[in-house]
Design a protein around this ligand. Structure first.
Ligand code: FAD
Length: 117
């Protein structure tokens, strides 16, 4: 079957959205188990990503820049950095990682508090 660049890009946008939103919701002070869970998730995401070429490149990136899972800021900063590495390879503009703070909002409100927020 022919490659479909539109579908590939769509998958990429959806995946990055989930990826960065997950980092934005990762605990500021994770337990060792939280950090291990995120590290494992990232490794499996890289291994199972449906575009095989993308997955191969991304696994190389993870070897060079191991996932930072010590806390939310480190994880979000790391994810922004590696996405920029992918951007570079695809000749896309660099994203300013200082703006990552409020950019990814899961829309979940403050869970365990007021449900309407
Ligand atoms: P995307 O790169 O999809 O970004 C979506 C939005 O995220 C942007 O509009 C911007 O608002 C924001 N954003 C941009 N940069 C950052 C950043 N650094 N941090 C946080 N937010 C940011 N495509 C290929 O053709 N070849 C590949 O090898 C390839 N490898 C990929 C590997 C992975 C792991 C993933 C998830 C995707 C890969 N893709 C690859 C898809 C590619 O990265 C893009 O998702 C796709 O080309 C669509 O690009 P886009 O310009 O819409 O923006």
């Amino acid at each position: 079957k022919l490659e479909n660049a539109t579908a590939k890009a769509e998958l990429g946008r959806a995946s990055w959205k989930l990826f960065h939103t997950m980092m934005a919701r990762f605990p500021e002070q994770p337990t060792a188990d939280d950090s291990l869970a995120l590290k494992t998730y990232i490794q499996l995401f890289a291994r199972l990503y449906p575009c095989g070429d993308c997955a191969a490149h991304f696994q190389k990136l993870l070897k060079k820049y191991p996932p930072q899972t010590g806390g939310r800021n480190a994880a979000a900063g790391w994810a922004c950095f590696v996405h920029n590495e992918v951007n570079k390879r695809l000749r896309k503009p660099e994203f300013d990682c200082n703006n990552i703070g409020d950019f990814y909002d899961c829309g979940c409100g403050e869970e365990g508090k007021d449900k309407d927020k």
